[in-house]
Write a protein that binds this ligand. Structure first.
Ligand code: F6R
Length: 610
């Protein structure tokens, strides 16, 4: 999704902005631009395509040595209007006095545009954002000359939808304005100036002291000070957050791609997530606020996080005997869900900023549900609004395709399931202790999978020309198959579907042809005979089978054409270990096809629009 940066201070502004934009690249974008003030005028440079195009255009403008002390920048992920130079941000008011960068969607922009056209404004782009530049300028001229902050506030009162905004005014080279509603924005406090950015990793090259802006807050950013105001214009005093991640955590560290680095971080990330919540062999979770009684659990998330929820459903139902519903956030929020104050709602999100997930959480809260969020990013919107939070310790996840975040979500969800089982007297403290011991053995098992990555690499080299690949499993293996298939699709662009073993023959088996690759996680001995029958059904139609097996499912090797052997992980915990070879497979398929592994087409890391 779009990314915003801004800086005012004594350092050369353009390199600071470009460094911030480069750190935001992982969010996904199709154009980039910056605006800055030079000798009392706003100058803009914006280009469709990669940041390199913008850098070339800036180099051609020969600005080195110019006294530029303030600027804002943007990476755009197109929503309103195709990717083009014109639609790129920043957008200017007609007289060139106001420049705006925006993340989010202005839902009433058509009405506002009509009004502004009637006032004589000409539009140069198809974006919703351009109305903001014209409106700020109109108010600045007509209602509050000389008061940029007031002009921005009058504008905000007219906007419907979501926004994170950076606003620059040619008349006011000593400040710029930042504002947010339902789109993330953070302020970085530096020694020699101050910054804004869409997320914390974008600031890590500059500072680790961060102020997280709350919804409807507005900030005036100056070189020597930052003033924060609430929706009613009252000053807000907030302690800055000292970010623990260091900047190297958001760098590739010798790996060719962030995705590979992040897969190799899984053992560490899972271990950290577990040890953060385990003390002396027993659970040590933050206060969760379980309802009494727990009538149902409702899990809400999107994408990979939703797939982690699918695993959690099976685990919680098995251990706790409480019904669990798993919902896609964008469906949940509009389907009039049934919940009450005996419902525990578990919200799962790596970024903590996914708009649908955030909105679903608010919807669940308004219906009386008890909210617990499993989140990776400290200070994110979901983390701040949830009644209770279980943090994962993945560290910054930069590759668009989520890997270590999924593993750590699973780790946290297992701990939650054990905690609820103990609370409901379904497990004794001693039984929980045994399960914890088994969980603590998982990171070493992931390490041993990583040590065998060459097997996966060879397999991918033999199959990267496939045009359709199926994943098939039962129970937890089905939940895992869903995630494996998503990973493959998103970075290799190969069509893929995941099916429950028993379901293929109800229609989809028609797609199996001689040579079609079907990948089967086989980690559930209780379901193995059924899966072997399902494998025989597709083999009879010519499918090639790759089995990802635990030793207790070894007998399925006879029906597989190729086998990847997992360590001896207990069936209940198998997704935590079995996911890694599927991620490696997706990675190598993408690499073999020569694709942009970390920044797949059309995708954004943090999905902050509906
Ligand atoms: C896929 C992926 C997405 C995210 C989804 C939710 O690899 O990363 O499917 O899982 O957009 O994002 P979060 O977890 O940030 O809410």
């Amino acid at each position: 999704m779009c990314g915003i940066v801004g800086y005012i201070g004594s350092r050369p502004v353009l390199p600071v902005l470009l460094d911030g934009l480069a750190r935001l690249e992982y969010r996904g974008y199709d154009s980039a631009g910056i605006a800055f003030i030079l000798r009392g005028q706003i100058r803009i440079c914006k280009k469709k395509g990669r940041l390199a195009q913008l850098e070339q255009a800036l180099a051609a403008a020969d600005l080195a040595g110019e006294p530029i002390r303030v600027g804002i920048g943007h990476t755009r992920w197109a929503t309103h209007g195709a990717p083009s130079d014109e639609n790129s941000h920043p957008h200017l008011s007609a007289n060139g006095r106001i420049a705006v960068v925006h993340n989010g969607i202005i839902e009433n922009y058509i009405d506002l545009k009509r009004y502004l056209c009637a006032q004589g404004c000409c539009f140069h782009s198809e974006t919703d954002t351009e109305v903001v530049a014209h409106l700020v300028d109109l108010h600045y001229e007509r209602d509050c000359p000389g008061d940029l902050m007031a002009a921005v506030c009058l504008t905000l009162a007219e906007l419907e939808g979501s926004y994170a905004l950076g606003v620059l005014c040619a008349d006011q080279p000593d400040r710029f304005i930042a504002a947010r509603k339902d789109s993330p924005l953070v302020i970085g406090l530096g020694e020699d100036g101050h910054f804004i950015a869409s997320d914390i990793p974008a600031l890590l090259g500059q500072t680790r002291r961060v102020l997280i802006m709350e919804d409807r807050e507005v900030a005036v950013i100056e070189r020597q000070r930052v003033q924060l105001f609430d929706a009613l214009g009252r000053p807000v005093c907030r302690e800055p957050l000292q970010v623990q991640w260091d900047s190297t955590a958001a760098e590739k560290g010798g790996y060719k791609h962030f995705m590979m680095k992040e897969i190799f971080e899984e053992p560490r990330a899972v271990r950290d997530t577990l040890t953060r919540h385990i003390r002396r062999g027993a659970l040590d979770l933050p206060a969760i606020g379980w309802p009494r009684p727990v009538r149902q659990v409702c899990i809400v998330a999107c994408g990979t996080a939703y797939h982690a929820g699918m695993v959690a459903k099976i685990v919680i139902e098995q251990l706790c005997r409480v019904p669990v519903v798993v919902d896609i956030a964008s469906e949940f929020r509009y389907r009039d869900p049934i919940l009450d104050d005996e419902t525990m709602v578990i919200i799962i999100s790596q970024s903590g900023e996914t708009l649908d997930t955030l909105a679903a959480m608010r919807e669940a809260r308004s219906r009386g549900g008890h909210i617990l969020a499993v989140v990776n990013v400290v200070g994110s919107s979901i983390a701040r609004e949830a009644a209770a939070v279980l943090f994962t310790a993945a560290g910054p996840e930069i590759a668009v395709a989520s890997t270590k975040a999924y593993s750590t979500q699973l780790a946290a969800l297992y701990l939650l399931a054990f905690s609820l089982a103990q609370r409901l007297n379904r497990m004794t403290a001693a039984e929980v202790g045994e399960k914890i011991d088994a969980l603590l053995a998982v990171p070493a098992m992931i390490d041993s999978v990583l040590a065998s990555q060459a097997e996966i690499q060879r397999f991918a080299a033999a199959h990267f020309n496939a045009h359709s690949i199926f994943f098939m499993g039962r129970g937890l293996d089905y939940a895992l198959a869903m995630e494996a298939s998503l990973k493959l699709k998103e970075i290799s662009y190969i069509h893929s579907e995941a099916y429950a073993g028993g379901e293929l023959k109800h229609g989809t088996i028609a797609l199996i042809e001689p040579g079609t690759l079907v990948i089967c996680p086989l980690t559930q001995p209780a379901l193995l005979d059924k899966m072997i029958s399902n494998i025989r059904e597709v083999k009879a139609r010519g499918a090639l089978i790759l089995g990802i097996l635990t030793p207790s499912c070894r007998k399925a090797a006879d029906v597989c054409d190729a086998v990847f052997m997992l360590p001896d992980v207990p069936p209940l915990l198998a997704p935590l270990v079995a996911v890694t070879p599927t991620q490696l497979f997706a990675y190598y398929m993408s690499l073999n096809k020569g694709l942009d592994v970390d920044k797949p087409r059309n995708l954004a890391k943090s999905v902050t629009v509906e």
